[in-house]
Design a protein around this ligand. Structure first.
Ligand SMILES: Cc1cc2nc3c(=O)[nH]c(=O)nc-3n(C[C@H](O)[C@H](O)[C@H](O)COP(=O)(O)OP(=O)(O)OC[C@H]3O[C@@H](n4cnc5c(N)ncnc54)[C@H](O)[C@@H]3O)c2cc1C
Length: 383
């Protein structure tokens, strides 16, 4: 990659030159010194794979409730839109309360079936085991092959979680409870081997395609309810800005290294005695044939077909995975593209003009033009 001017400045080379000035004198510099920031390399030759995933969006927010079906109780925990990893623990706790209450009412032993092994199924199963249930997970795909494994992997608790027109005050308050609880539990995984959860600095660069939020559906904008834990990021001024030609907002973002998080969840579930069985269910009748009388439905977008819930709408998202760059660990947003340098790969995603991007689109085939757009826009940051 050619070393362009911005790369030169961003990598701190300007500071190095100044330090090398002879006679121990500081040369006058036309620009302030900038912090060292190794460039991210968006050369397509570094592309490992391109994945597509469908966010399980519901206008009224995630479905988290118990449904009595004959002698059985089905606890639903699906439809988390673009927030499934972020909200996982808070939702798991609530689903477990409902399942344990159903077990107590039935008095028929501690056996629970969990359908699904994505972020939601695994966190719910682990919490059930900790609460004393005997848990069998049934899933068509285990965690590394689920849609959860194709997520960006950042703290995004309000991303496409519902529409403001369909979420009332009680729903918003419930969301806040899930988010606050999850925020705390995710932190228990910071510093574990493999860093399933960590914080990275993100730089939001001005310029390029501006978000056209007004043109989109009225998505619930709930972030303001968490301002005490997620304050607005400040502008970087002067020497603090590693991209001196641009206006930059920056702050610390919570990142999920999903490969490690998924592996940790699987190990914990098995360690605590959970069973995992690969099984695909064609319809709800097959689910109800399971021997367990309490069943937790964590099938994500799969619930649309399995439970015939047409309120689950796909919101397509495509992620380009580049070879990890351990020497450049930060996240960038510019020109409607987000890049996160995770331990398990640099994930690069075109986000579109607003949150409607991908709405109603269930095509899980990768689009090469979208990949090219995302990588070239990011390359331009360092050109
Ligand atoms: C591009 C993209 C980026 C995202 N980024 C983020 C992010 O940064 N942060 C965040 O918090 N969220 C993010 N999300 C959202 C997040 O990925 C989802 O909300 C989350 O994966 C939902 O998890 P889940 O466990 O409900 O579903 P899934 O991961 O889809 O798991 C469903 C499970 O159910 C099983 N299943 C389904 N149907 C059946 C059936 N009929 N029989 C048997 N098993 C079945 C599947 O095999 C699987 O095991 C993103 C989503 C997309 C698309």
């Amino acid at each position: 990659m050619q070393l362009g001017r911005r790369t030169f400045l961003a990598s701190g080379a300007a500071g190095l030159l100044t330090a090398c000035t002879p006679a121990g004198r500081l040369a006058s510099v036309s620009r302030p010194l900038v912090p060292a920031l190794p460039p991210l390399d968006f050369d397509p030759a570094r592309l490992m794979r391109v994945t597509v995933c469908l966010r399980p969006f519901r206008a009224s927010g995630p479905r988290l409730e118990a449904e009595a079906v004959g002698e059985k109780v089905v606890v639903h925990n699906y439809g988390h839109g673009g927030s499934g990893w972020s909200l996982s623990w808070g939702c798991a706790d609530q689903a477990v309360s409902l399942a344990m209450a159903a077990l107590a009412e039935q008095g028929s032993g501690p056996s629970v079936a969990v359908i699904g092994a994505g972020a939601i199924g695994m966190t719910t199963a682990l919490r059930l085991l900790e609460a004393g249930a005997e848990v069998s997970i049934y899933a068509a795909e285990f965690t590394p092959d689920t849609r959860s494994a194709r997520a960006t992997g950042v703290w995004s608790p309000s991303s496409r979680v519902g529409l403001s027109s369909a979420m009332d005050d009680a729903a918003n308050a419930r969301w806040e409870q899930w988010a606050r609880r999850s925020w705390l539990v995710h932190q228990q995984h910071i510093g574990l081997a493999g860093d399933p959860v960590e914080f990275l600095r993100q730089y939001n660069l001005s310029g390029g395609e501006e978000p056209d939020v007004d043109a989109s559906r009225p998505y619930a904008r709930l972030g303001a309810r968490l301002r005490d834990i997620n304050p607005r990021w400040p502008m970087l001024e002067g020497t603090a800005n590693p991209f001196p030609d641009r206006t930059v907002r920056s702050g610390q973002t919570m990142v999920f290294n999903v490969s490690e998080y998924a592996d940790w969840l699987t190990r914990m579930v098995l360690l605590r005695g959970g069973r995992m069985e690969r099984r695909s269910f064609a319809d709800r009748a097959q689910v109800l044939e399971l021997p367990q009388r309490v069943i937790v439905n964590c099938t994500g977008y799969g619930a649309r077909t399995l439970w015939q819930d047409e309120s689950v709408v796909p919101v397509r998202g495509q992620i380009n995975w580049l070879i990890p760059q351990p020497e450049a660990r930060y996240a960038l947003y510019y020109d409607a593209v987000q890049a996160v340098s995770r331990r398990d790969g640099v994930v690069v995603q075109y986000l579109g003009p607003n949150d409607d991007w991908g709405y109603g689109d269930s095509d899980e085939v990768a689009d090469p033009a979208e990949t090219e757009r995302a990588l070239s826009r990011m390359r331009s940051v360092f050109a």
